[in-house]
Design a protein around this ligand. Structure first.
Ligand code: UD1
Ligand code: CA
Length: 459
C-alpha cells in the first residue's frame, strides 16, 4: 500500500440534469447517498486524507461524513468547472506530498480494486498524470481521449468542444485521475476557461503535462459500467441496478436464495445467513441482519431489523427497526413499527400492527390487532380485534400482560392497565382496571333476547 496517497472527490455541483431539489451526489443508490460510493472506493484504495469539494447543499454532504477523521472538506462557492473545483481543494491538502487521486462524486460504480490498479499502473510507469479511460459504444456526453499517431495521449476534448472527427472517438475520460502532487499544485491554477462552456476544465491538465514533456498515461478499464457518470435519473436507475446486481450476487454466492434477483432490492450493508430464501419485490434496508433458513415472501419491506433463524415473513409485511428471535412468523400484511421485540416462536398474523412492544416466547396475535407500548409475557394469546388503547390524546400509556394470559376477541385494554398472569379476559371486554392473576375479567352488557320481536316489526 502506498502510504502517501490522498484523494479529492468533486461534489460541489448541483446536478441540474436531475431536475431535483436535492443535489445530484445526495441522491441515494442502493441505500447510500451517491457520494458515499466513490468515497468508499477511495478509502478502500487507502487514500488518506480524502478532500471533498462541496458547494451546493454543503452541510448535508458534510453531515454524511460527520466524525470521519480521514475526510476534509473544501468549499467551492461558485461552480466554475472541475479544474476550479480541484484548485479549491489545495488548501485542504497543504503540506501533503505524494500521489493524488481525483474522483467525481457522481460515479457510484467505481470499485477500490480499480483505483488500486490505477495507482499501481501510475507508479509502475513513473507517470506524472494517469487518466482512467474506457471505450464506450455510445461515448456521447463524455470527454474524449485524443491520442497521436503513436498512440500517446495528447489531450482530452469535451463533447461540446469536440469537432466531428473527435466526436467519433470512442475512448472516453472517466473523470478519474491519478497524479503527482507537485505537478497538481504547480499547474492547477494555470488552467484557463476559453472553451464552449466558459469553465475551468480539469481535463486541460492532460495537455499541460504533455506540453511540459512529462509522462502522461491513460489506463483503459475493460468495465465501462464501472466509471459510468450519473447525470440524469435514467442513468441513476441504471447505476442503482448494477449496484444491486453486485450486492445480490454476493448474497447468492454466500448461500442466500433470491427467487428473482432482478426484482429483489437489498441495500448495501445487509447481513443474511445461508439458506434464507427471498421472494421477488422485497426491499431490505441497510443495517438489517437476517439469520439462517428464513423465508421472506413477496413484497416485504424490512429496514433496520435484526431477525433470528427460521423466521417466516409473509407477503406484504412492513418491518421497521424491530428485533425478532428465532422461528417468529409475521404477516401477511403485518406492520411492525419501531421498537417491536418479538421473542422466539411469536406469531403475528394478518393486519396486526405493533409498536414499542416486547412479546414473550410463544405468544400470538393472529389477526386484526393493534399492540402499542405493551409488555406481553410468554404464551399469551391475543384474540382477534384486540386493541391496546395507549393514547389518551396527550400521553402514551403502557399495557402489561402477564405470562399465560388469554385475551378474547374484540378486547380493548385502556392503558395504563395490567392483566395478571394466567388471567382470562372475556371477548368484548373493555379493560379499565387491573386484572389480578388467575382471574376472569368480563365487562359485557347482559344480553336480552326479545322473542318474536322481528316478526312484529315486519307486520
Ligand atoms: C466530466 C469531465 C469529462 C468526463 C466526465 C466523466 C471535465 C471538464 N469534464 O464531465 O471529460 O468524461 O466528467 O463523468 O472535467 N463539479 C464540481 N464543481 C464544478 C463542476 C463540477 O464540484 O465546478 C463536480 C460535480 O458535482 C460532479 C463532478 O464534478 O460530481 C463532475 O461534474 P460534471 O458536471 O458531471 O462533469 P461532466 O460534464 O460529466
Ligand atoms: Ca458527470
Amino acid at each position: 500500500m502506498n502510504t502517501s496517497l490522498a484523494a479529492i472527490v468533486l461534489a460541489a455541483g448541483k446536478g441540474t440534469r436531475l431536475k431535483s431539489g436535492l443535489i445530484k451526489v445526495l441522491h441515494p443508490a442502493a441505500g447510500l447517498p451517491m457520494i458515499s460510493w466513490p468515497v468508499a472506493a477511495a478509502r478502500g484504495a487507502g487514500a488518506d486524507p480524502i478532500v471533498l469539494v462541496v458547494g451546493h447543499q454543503a452541510t448535508a454532504v458534510q453531515s454524511i461524513f460527520h466524525g470521519a477523521d480521514d475526510i476534509r472538506t473544501a468549499m467551492q462557492e461558485e461552480q466554475l468547472g472541475t479544474g476550479h473545483a480541484v484548485a479549491c481543494a489545495l488548501d485542504a491538502l497543504a503540506g501533503f506530498r505524494g500521489t493524488v487521486l481525483i474522483l467525481c462524486g457522481d460515479t457510484p460504480l467505481l470499485r477500490p480494486e480499480t483505483l488500486n490498479a490505477l495507482v499501481a499502473f501510475h507508479l509502475n510507469n513513473r507517470a506524472t498524470l494517469t487518466v482512467l479511460t474506457a471505450v464506450m459504444d455510445d461515448p456521447y456526453g463524455y470527454g474524449r481521449v485524443v491520442r497521436d499517431e503513436t498512440g500517446q495521449v495528447k489531450r482530452i476534448v469535451e463533447q461540446k468542444d469536440a469537432d466531428p472527427h473527435e466526436q467519433e472517438i470512442r475512448e472516453i475520460n472517466s473523470g478519474i485521475y491519478c497524479l503527482e502532487s507537485d505537478f497538481l499544485f504547480g499547474t492547477i491554477r494555470t488552467i484557463g476557461n476559453d472553451n464552449a462552456q466558459g469553465e475551468y476544465y480539469l481535463t486541460d491538465l492532460v495537455a499541460i503535462a504533455v506540453q511540459q514533456g512529462l509522462t502522461c498515461q491513460a489506463m483503459a478499464t475493460d468495465d465501462a459500467d464501472e466509471i459510468m457518470g450519473v447525470n440524469d435519473r435514467a442513468q441513476l436507475a441504471d447505476a442503482a441496478r448494477i449496484l444491486r446486481r453486485r450486492i445480490n450476487r454476493e448474497h447468492m454466492l454466500a448461500g442466500v436464495s433470491l427467487i428473482d434477483p432482478e426484482c429483489t432490492y437489498i441495500d448495501h450493508d445487509v447481513t443474511i445467513a445461508a439458506d434464507t430464501v427471498i421472494h421477488p419485490g422485497s426491499q431490505i434496508g441497510s443495517g438489517t441482519v437476517i439469520g439462517r433458513q428464513c423465508q421472506i415472501d413477496q413484497n416485504v419491506s424490512i429496514s433496520d431489523c435484526i431477525i433470528g433463524d427460521g423466521c417466516h415473513i409473509k407477503a406484504g409485511s412492513v418491518l421497521e427497526d424491530s428485533e425478532l428471535g428465532d422461528n417468529v412468523s409475521v404477516g401477511p400484511m403485518a406492520h411492525l413499527r419501531p421498537g417491536s421485540v418479538l421473542h422466539n416462536y411469536v406469531k403475528i398474523g394478518n393486519f396486526v400492527e405493533t409498536k414499542k412492544i416486547v412479546m414473550g416466547e410463544g405468544s400470538k396475535a393472529s389477526h386484526l390487532t393493534y399492540l402499542g407500548d405493551a409488555e406481553i409475557g410468554r404464551n399469551v394469546n391475543i384474540g382477534c380485534g384486540t386493541i391496546t388503547c395507549n393514547y389518551d390524546g396527550v400521553k402514551k400509556h403502557r399495557t402489561v400482560i402477564g405470562d399465560g394470559v388469554f385475551i378474547g376477541s374484540d378486547v380493548q385494554l385502556v392503558a395504563p392497565v395490567t392483566v395478571g398472569r394466567d388471567a382470562l379476559v372475556a371477548a368484548g371486554t373493555t379493560v379499565t382496571i387491573d386484572v389480578p392473576p388467575d382471574s376472569l375479567a368480563l365487562s359485557r352488557v347482559p344480553q336480552v333476547n326479545k322473542v318474536g320481536w322481528c316478526l312484529k316489526k315486519k307486520a
